[in-house]
Design a binder for this molecule. Sequence first.
Ligand code: WT7
Length: 646
Amino acid sequence: MTDAANSEHTFAPSRDFVNQANVNDPGVYDEAERDPEAWWESHARQLRWTREWDTTLEWDPPYAKWFLGGTLNVSDNCLDRHVEDGYGDKVAFHWEGEPGDTRTVTYAELLSEVSTFANALKGLGVSKGDPVTIYLPMVPELPVAMLACARIGAPHSVVFAGFSAQSVVDRVEDANSKVLITADGSYRKGNIVPLKESADKAMQGTDKIEHCVVVKRTGEDVAFTEGRDVWYHDLLDGADDDCPPEEMDAEDTLFLLYSSGTTGKPKGIQHTTGGYLTQAAVTHRLVFDLKPDTDVYWCAADIGWITGHTYIVYGPLANRATSVMYEGAPDHPDKDRLWEIAEKYGVTILYTAPTAIRAFMKWGPEYVERHDLSTLRLLGSVGEPINPEAWLWYHEHIGGGNCPIVDTWWQTETGGIMITPLPGMTETKPGAAMRPFPGIKPVVVDDEGNPVERGESGLLTLARPWPGMLRTLWNDDERYVQTYWARFGKAIYFAGDGARLDEDGDIWLLGRVDDVMNVSGHRLSTAEIESALVSHDAVAEAAVVGRSDAQTGQAVSAFVTLLSGQHSSDELRRQLREHVAERIGKLARPAELMFTDDLPKTRSGKIMRRLLRDIAEGNEIGDVTTLANPTIVKQIQQEAQTARSS
Ligand code: WT7
């Protein structure tokens, strides 16, 4: 173990970083607090509006409308504006395919292709307000399709290409789309993923789709249904490249993005135009300190998730950024692929997830050391609480010890970043998301809704509307109210996360509240115990769940993956349990600890704690085929059974 995972140690940005930062005056917090609406307005003004708004905010809890009466078009803001300003030749995306093929897409080329495809969509009968489902891998046609929809006012609903045919069916049915945009296939870990086959299966499960547009990516033979399926390139050939952007109301729907909730049915999270783009652009510019003329920015997420919507497509393009976009797996052909790409394009800003960072740790620093990453100047993290060990590893091995790290908390529902350091002024603490973005009002409350004191934990709520917030769930206002606005009243958004306010008033995210355990009446965070386990020299990754226990209410069940070269043994098990007891307290010592070769993950890389809980409880487990690694489940079950009977 290292002492470094010590939350008392803070990391201040270097003087050089501070001096050049887009924002380095702590006065922004007070300014935004004094008049949040004026703060957001000042950033909305950075966009190009075709008509100025009359009302900044209409708040009829829990329904918010921002920049009411204003009109604009998102694709105009992301493309036309920059081309008119003389940046047509600037690179929007350095795209790299997994097999090593590359494409460079400039703003002018993007505008031309978006306009042409927008006309093609109109030709298929898509008009303003018609939802279009997009089921594409990480190819340039994905942002093109999204922006083309935005250009004509058709809300898009992107379905992550790793999802099954059934997920496409559910989403197409719920959104009622007539058009599906997909590809023949894509590349992943050297294999071809037959996406069109899944799309075909989906179209057997719903009769809603009238037209299926197919992007040629792999060139494999695919089945084509006459009259329904059409090649993307054939459509482009037949369409004009002049398509004036539709004038949209600020509150018109820009997109739906389905996200799983606590029930089986995915929630269609609905985002609108003016407020969403305002928050996407300002958070991208200030949190990532973006300098559009010199930075090479890389958000290594998939556009199929909100992270990619906001921080690969809309935020960066609104800010005229040059981005890297990568199609495939981080370990193909070898475990240094990301670092090879970062070196090749001279990446300056990298945004990724803790689960990826822990994979890099497990693979070892030698893969990073093969490459020159000295152009990097800022690192970001998103998706789950980052354990201090991973934070410190990221800082040292990727950032070379001198890049600020922004640990950004937000959700599909929030549209953009909500809690985060500002890199030019925040002294960061490894593992803490630190402070609300200016204008955001998080309040950590107890079960009754009373704000907790510093030094205490509770539930994270948001006590003030923000421009990028979801407006409702598609066709389901009732579920919208029930899920987010019922627990503490309809003006307080319940995020579903636990959080701790430390003695300085800084915010630490503790994971979803269903991941917070209560052992003998004490609140324990799964994230905290995981972090303790990962801080041990032998451990690569850990997941902790609470299982019911007759005596203590809940007991701690830990699942641990070792670093390569380490071997499981009863002695190591004993050491790890003691290690947790030492780090957090005896109360946190895992009742049982299972060694496993991998942890069950969703396709988005989140550890499936719900499944682990079922395994720990000895419950029947449901369908695991949607996991990224379903085969690991058997091994874990056997381990757990042995642990229970010993
Ligand atoms: C949930 C939202 C936001 C884009 C990716 C996930 C967790 C997200 C952090 C962070 C701790 C985090 C929360 C949140 N989460 N970022 N920096 N620290 N937890 O979007 O799928 O909507 O998931 O991810 O639990 O509620 P999402």
